[in-house]
Ligand binder design. Structure first.
Ligand SMILES: NC(=O)c1ccc[n+]([C@@H]2O[C@H](COP(=O)([O-])OP(=O)(O)OC[C@H]3O[C@@H](n4cnc5c(N)ncnc54)[C@H](OP(=O)(O)O)[C@@H]3O)[C@@H](O)[C@H]2O)c1
Length: 188
């Protein structure tokens, strides 16, 4: 007998976040991360990336990543969340599909294609995952920087949820990285 394939992949988030809760500075700047990225510690990213089968990211994260060379997600299946058509030339190089709306509609499609573990990326994308309560693992690398503004991860109106600390470590240059797993039912 063979086990039924899972209805949805495991969903994991891996974000660098400022002390004041931002994942990018004003104007999508990521330069505040540069000293930490060159500190000789990858903060577990390579191991994390090796364990995922597909990336699902918000359009703004995708568009920022288009400016990176080399392409940071080479060899990974990529779904971009967007309500608008993508540039077909760029999309043909990197994007497997676009998806709009509930993530719940995407998971069975990916699961049926053998995707077991998804990397959900982008602030709005992660908030959508929190709203749908489909995030299984949340890794936050707290960067010891107060940005004073930018792209916040969390927002008013998200449903409350409980998390269990799976591991935490102090990494290079005072980064504190914590991995949480979702616990129990949503808060009443
Ligand atoms: N610090 C970190 O670790 C980290 C990680 C990732 C990203 N970032 C940064 O965070 C910033 C982007 O985050 P963000 O919160 O602004 O945006 P995001 O989540 O990357 O993208 C938001 C956009 O994605 C589309 N979208 C999201 N969910 C959707 C859904 N369910 N259905 C259809 N479309 C959907 C919408 O685009 P449209 O409606 O316009 O199509 C929305 O405006 C960038 O600066 C990026 O570099 C930082």
């Amino acid at each position: 007998l063979q086990a039924d394939p899972p209805q949805r992949p495991q969903v994991a988030v891996f974000l660098a976040i400022s002390l004041d809760g931002c994942i990018a500075g004003a104007g999508d700047t990521l330069d505040w991360l540069a000293p930490f990225q060159s500190a000789g510690d990858d903060y577990g990213y390579a191991e994390f990336a090796a364990g995922i089968d597909a990336i699902v990211m918000g359009r703004r994260t995708y568009e920022v990543a288009l400016g990176f060379a080399p392409w940071p997600y080479a060899g990974k299946r990529l779904v971009v969340l967007t309500h608008r058509p993508l540039d077909p030339v760029q999309a043909a190089r990197h994007v497997e599909r676009a998806h709009a709306g509930e993530l719940a509609a995407l998971w069975p499609v990916l699961a049926a294609e053998g995707v077991r573990r998804v990397y959900l990326d982008g602030g709005a994308a992660v908030r959508q995952g929190l709203r749908e309560d489909c995030i299984d693992e949340l890794t936050l690398s707290h960067i010891p920087v107060v940005l004073g503004g930018g792209v916040p991860l969390f927002a008013e109106g998200l449903p409350g949820s409980h998390w269990t600390l799976a591991r935490s470590r102090a990494a290079a240059l005072g980064v504190v990285q914590s991995t949480y797993r979702r616990r129990g039912a949503p808060m009443a």
